[in-house]
Ligand binder design. Structure first.
Ligand SMILES: *[C@@H]1O[C@H](CO)[C@@H](O)[C@H](O)[C@H]1NC(C)=O
Length: 267
């Protein structure tokens, strides 16, 4: 009974919520991401998606939290306990729960090498390098056509290419949408970072430089403090310049996965 009651409360809060990455598809294979429901299960499912049980409202991080370790992988995040297998050069599709159309903004992806198993990594040591960043796509439509609109149009999903030249290893992907509908006032932007462990195989050697999560953004960055309800000629995607090996992919409707897996051990 108590469990039913808790779940009811949870569903009520989901009705007004924003989103999380519920699953990923790596080279055609589906892996579960994270769901708030997991904390009420026994045993709690083992997933490559990082756990964020305190994100009860599926809510955002605001610029006053950009200097908190929470900015790495969302509020009180703890590492996923398995990994998604993918080859360098492969494509990873990130599936969001239905994203609200009003939450317009950029979509970005970062990687950080765990230099060991990601299952036990200290998130404050992760050095993120950007592998993808798309913001305003068309300023001629009302309020603009944004990366978030493309994500919604493609089954609430976004596909990113893992750079082909990076060294084999265990990495965390930090996938993020920043909603700008209230970003015209200080502290109004809403960041939704989501993390998943990847076991990346390949023969590349590149070890791109990155920055720690707390160095990614500032509250006054021009892509963070911005009124999107004017005609913008350009939009500066927040955060560091993308890695030279980053691939700009044109998003298309993703094919259905051909298999599913729970996860693979760290490399
Ligand atoms: C669309 O997304 C849902 C999950 O959000 C997933 O179950 C479904 O397989 C996806 N459809 C395709 C064609 O990938």
């Amino acid at each position: 009974m108590l469990t039913d009651f808790v779940l009811l409360g949870l569903w009520a809060s989901l009705a007004t919520a924003h989103g999380t990455v519920s699953g990923v598809v790596a080279d055609g294979v589906y892996y579960t991401g994270y769901s708030l429901n997991f904390q009420y299960m026994n045993p709690i499912p083992t997933t490559a998606g990082w756990s964020i049980p305190k994100d009860q409202s599926l809510g955002p991080l605001t610029p006053d939290q950009f200097s908190s370790p929470d900015i790495n992988c969302h509020v009180s995040a703890t590492p996923g306990q398995t990994s998604v297998a993918i080859k360098a050069g492969g494509q990873l599709e990130l599936q969001w729960t239905p994203w609200p159309e009003s939450h317009k903004g950029p979509v970005m992806d970062y990687l950080a090498n765990c230099n060991g198993p990601c299952e036990t990594v200290d998130k404050t040591t992760l050095q993120w390098f950007k592998i993808d960043g798309v913001g305003l796509i068309d300023n001629s439509v009302q309020n603009g056509k944004w990366a978030s609109d493309v994500m919604i149009a493609n089954n609430n999903s976004w596909t990113v290419t893992i750079p082909a030249d990076i060294a084999q290893g265990n990495y965390v992907i930090r996938h993020e949408t920043i909603a700008l509908h209230e970003a015209g006032s200080q502290n109004g932007a809403q960041a939704y970072p989501q993390c998943v462990n990847l076991a990346i195989s390949g023969s590349g050697t590149a070890k791109p430089d990155g920055v720690v999560g707390t160095a990614l953004y500032k509250a006054t960055d021009p892509g963070i403090l911005i009124n999107i309800y004017t005609t913008l000629s350009t939009y500066p995607v927040p955060g560091p310049t993308p890695y030279s090996g980053a691939v700009s992919l044109s998003q298309t409707a993703p094919p259905a996965p051909t298999a599913s897996a729970t996860g693979v051990p760290a490399l």
